[in-house]
Design a binder for this molecule. Structure first.
Ligand code: PAN
Ligand code: ZN
Length: 187
């Protein structure tokens, strides 16, 4: 593989040369991940908004490579739960990831298979290190798009199944205008 330079606007995910295509996720793709499926159905019926989009440069997904890109989580709520990413473990569980907040503010909800839970708030100019073994989900509790750069080993893989079936142990919801972490009633 040869070194390369690429145009890539991390704040918007736009790559004019077309080498990176954004992936969008709408409420209909995550209905069961929200605590209030009725609120999710209402959102789907009234236009099925985009919750977030991300653009990734994958570089062959081989051992030793790095994947990088950015994620934009839009502001909003489904019921009283903030817009968030699906979240995942890496298939190679030990694979770590670095995030760097470019714009907006939000949380990273993390948990291990053993049940450790960690919630970190990040602001522009702050980097977050997600060690291997920690599932991670980005949550936007602000009023602006929450944008983060990410870099992870190219062969990490994404295990969505575990989170899809069981959910996270904890949720972040709005109470009296403020974000609070609560137990997931479905866990
Ligand atoms: C990120 C995420 C991105 C979208 O690139 O894939 O933020 O979140 P979901 O993959 O949970 O939908 C990353 O963590 N990659 O490993
Ligand atoms: Zn990841």
């Amino acid at each position: 593989m040869k070194p390369y330079t690429i145009d890539f606007d991390l704040l918007t995910g736009i790559c004019k040369s077309g080498k990176v295509q954004p992936v969008q996720r709408r409420v209909s793709q995550m209905k069961m991940q929200f605590a209030d499926p009725e609120a999710a159905q209402k959102a789907i019926d009234s236009g099925d908004p985009v919750l977030y989009e991300f653009s990734t440069l994958l570089n062959d997904e081989k051992k030793g490579t790095l994947a990088f890109g950015s994620t934009i989580i839009y502001p909003g709520k489904i019921g009283d739960e903030y817009y968030m990413t699906k979240g995942h473990f890496h298939t190679i569980l030990d694979s770590a990831e670095v995030y760097y907040c470019l714009s907006g503010k939000g949380f990273m909800m993390m948990e291990t298979p053993e049940g450790d839970v960690d919630l970190q708030e990040v602001h522009p100019g702050e980097a977050l290190y997600v060690p291997g073994r920690w599932a991670h989900r980005s949550i936007n509790h602000g009023t602006e798009p929450f944008v983060m750069l990410f870099v992870y080993p190219g062969d990490s893989g994404h295990d969505y199944g575990t989170i899809e079936t069981k959910g996270y142990r904890k949720l972040v919801v709005e109470r009296d205008g403020k974000p609070v972490m609560i137990d997931n009633p479905k866990w």
